[in-house]
Design a protein around this ligand. Structure first.
Ligand code: ZN
Length: 503
């Protein structure tokens, strides 16, 4: 039974192993490699990527896939086998629809584009980057046409990161999020004095920060026999199997919360990768189903747990013991407010929970307008600044802190910013369901007990890997589609209380 299916599974497993070997090289490059190793490493990584890609799009895989699809009748509805065939077909079609010449051109232009962007940002010189952005947008349009889309060009790009999501679904979601967030931010700004976070800027020894972070990770359920914590300039999570899922964070001596929230964020990603069904290991069903669902895991642990009052009711006395001199005179409530301070800022990566989504919506709107030719590359900086003014009430003093701030567009990363906000929205939907299933969840968190939440996430989300498309997963777990209400209620309640506003 399923002879071709088994052969396909073996082949896809081999291809995945090549990808994972490449990931080990990538991890080493970002964590340990000396700078002069870069040239050889680029060669090694690209040959592995090439081998994996060639094996995947080859006639051998194509024929095995077709033959395995011929055996579909042997598998039960909702079976793992049928899900594997569906996912393999999706991945295969995506990889083969785009002409190799376009992929090569995109890689070249984006590699050079990143270099041009780096200089342009340093010199605050949008004009040198503009022609490259124009070229990249042109290539993205070609890519979207090759992949195909029903209505909006954006959908083809978005689908690479969030299967089934479309601009038509996002538009109303983002409109209602704006209608709540913009007045909320304005009301908070008017009462900015209620929250002070200056004391977070006190010097804290890195070694102690790391010890504290490791302890929290362990108590939340991160298994150091199946993972590692290292340092990197930009925190990330990577995995080579379900038993080797590694995270990184960065340390800031004069802003100790940065390393801890970095740990919690990456830990959320790591749990997702560590808790897939063991039998999915080495198959296309292993790993997270989409960037949005992945981000919902990291944001849940970072914000919904890590920035909650109950979490710090448990951990703050511990933190005060470790950093006595810095925090012994600071009350829990003041600390809780400080880590939740809201303030409109220029840079997305430094934004708080409330303003963050406005940075995303701005990029999403501009990406759509640029792709569809409704906004010209030349007019883009002015459009950026006008949106910043309208949404956050501030205007960047220069393009380096405005339209040039993110590396993404220069590397061809157009279409995935929305997954960050989808993650925020979904995180709250999961948490609402988890609270229903675990009525004593807050008491557990207050006592530093995380097993209940960890297990609920494992059972309801993590174990399924890529079996269900994101939309179906959301419906299965929450009984309804992705919906904004729980999230906006959460924002209003939490930040309304902290700032004493009702927006
Ligand atoms: Zn993340």
């Amino acid at each position: 039974m399923g002879k071709s299916y088994d052969a396909l599974k073996t082949r896809l497993g081999e291809i995945q192993s090549i990808g994972q070997a490449g990931a080990v090289l990538g991890w080493d490059q970002r964590v340990y490699m000396p700078p002069k190793g870069a040239e050889a490493r680029a060669r090694q990584s690209s040959i592995l990527a090439k081998l994996g890609h060639e094996m995947f799009v080859s006639p051998v895989t194509r024929d095995l896939l077709a033959a395995a699809e011929g055996e579909k009748a042997e598998f039960a509805e909702d079976s793992d086998e049928l899900a594997m065939l569906r996912v393999a077909r999706r991945d295969f079609d995506k990889s083969t629809k785009v002409p190799t010449s376009l992929i090569v051109e995109m890689t070249e232009v984006c590699t050079l584009g990143e270099e041009v962007w780096t200089k342009a940002r340093r010199d605050n010189d949008y004009k040198t980057f503009a022609p490259w952005l124009d070229r990249i947008l042109g290539l993205k349009r070609q890519y979207a046409k090759a992949i195909g889309y029903q209505k909006r060009m954006y959908d083809a790009l978005l689908d690479d990161f969030e299967e089934g999501m479309t601009a038509d679904l996002l538009d109303p979601l983002f409109e209602s999020l704006k209608s709540v967030t913009i007045p909320l931010v304005a009301a908070i700004v008017a009462r900015a004095g209620r929250v002070d976070d200056d004391f977070l800027g006190q010097e804290c020894e890195e070694r102690l920060q790391e010890e504290f972070g490791r302890r929290v990770l362990k108590e939340c359920g991160y298994d150091f026999a199946r993972g590692r914590l290292d340092r990197a300039a930009h925190p990330f999570c990577t995995h080579f199997s379900i038993n080797d899922v590694r995270i990184t964070t960065r340390y800031n001596r004069t802003w100790m919360t940065e390393s801890l929230f970095g740990c919690l964020h990456e830990m959320g990603h790591a749990f997702y990768e560590m808790n897939g069904k063991p039998e999915y290991e080495g198959t296309v069903l292993s790993g997270g189903v989409s960037l949005g669902v992945h981000e919902s895991q990291s944001r849940l642990w970072e914000n919904l747990v890590g920035r909650s009052r109950v979490f710090w009711e448990h951990y703050y006395p511990e933190l005060q013991k470790v950093f006595a001199q810095q925090f012994r005179r600071i009350e829990l409530e003041a600390f809780y407010r400080a880590i939740n301070r809201v303030t409109p800022s220029l840079i997305r990566t430094e934004a708080d929970e409330v303003t963050y989504n406005l940075h995303i919506i701005l990029r999403y709107e501009m990406e759509n307008e640029l792709l569809e030719g409704k906004l010209s590359v030349a007019d883009a900086p002015a459009a950026w600044n006008a949106k910043m003014k309208g949404y956050l009430g501030i205007v960047p003093p220069n393009d380096a802190d405005g339209i040039l701030q993110d590396i993404h567009w220069s590397g061809g990363g157009i279409g995935y910013f929305p997954t960050y906000t989808l993650g925020n929205i979904l995180g709250v939907q999961w948490m609402e369901k988890a609270r229903e299933a675990l009525p004593s969840l807050d008491q557990e968190l207050r006592a530093g007990k995380f097993t209940g939440l960890y297990e609920w996430l494992r059972k309801n989300i993590h174990q399924h890997g890529r079996k269900y498309p994101p939309g179906e997963l959301v419906r299965r777990v929450t009984g309804r589609p992705l919906t904004i209400e729980p999230y906006v209620n959460y924002l209003r309640k939490k930040f309304g209380e902290i700032y004493g506003v009702t927006a």
